[in-house]
Design a binder for this molecule. Sequence first.
Ligand SMILES: *[C@@H]1O[C@H](CO)[C@@H](O)[C@H](O)[C@H]1NC(C)=O
Ligand SMILES: *[C@@H]1O[C@H](CO)[C@@H](O)[C@H](O)[C@H]1NC(C)=O
Length: 199
Amino acid sequence: MSSPRRPPRAVLLLAVSFITLAISAAVRAQEDYDYNEEVNPPPAAQDRCIGVFLTYTFISRTKEYPHVKNASAQSYAFKSTATVLNTMTTDLQAWKMFIGFQHHEILVSASGAVITDGTDFPVHVENGTSLSGFPQTDLMNAIDTAGDLSQIRVEMHFTGTQFGVKPPGTPMPRTIKLLNDGYKCPAPTKKGKTCFTAE
Ligand SMILES: *[C@@H]1O[C@H](CO)[C@@H](O)[C@H](O)[C@H]1NC(C)=O
Ligand SMILES: *[C@@H]1O[C@H](CO)[C@@H](O)[C@H](O)[C@H]1NC(C)=O
């Protein structure tokens, strides 16, 4: 008695799962797109640099629990990246990059770097923080590595929590700079969701 009703139901279920698949593929495609933006730092500025080129790129965020009415108390989970590129003819030993976080950020994970003073994650970085390379403590120079990006450049990936900036605002740090002695980075330039500076 129920057998004639079954095929339409199966078809409906199939249709629903196709739509679900299509939506999740679209979401993934968007994430991939956002992710790719970050591996293309501003080429002209980078190519003009003879020194150390730093970037910070905001990737994405999502509202976290608890959802609250007070906008400045709302937390968001964020993803961002930063890069340090050595364009000198000499190695950059024990690089240290300062990121001037300013939205009550709590860093939960970082790949490619550790907090310079050895603090474990999660760490409150609301007044900014210094990061050092791990495992890539030093950045070689292009001459000795035949321009091997994997040895002259480090890319850090961060996840964390920040508070209060309502979408579509982009929560950028107030500054980024190299802390190594003898370097004086000018104030960073902001372009879209990336900021960069060079010394
Ligand atoms: C909203 O949240 C902020 C940050 O936690 C707090 O300083 C402020 O007092 C709150 N405002 C109200 C109206 O509760
Ligand atoms: C950040 O600076 C403020 C003001 O100096 C201070 O009250 C706060 O404790 C600092 N936060 C951290 C995590 O060090």
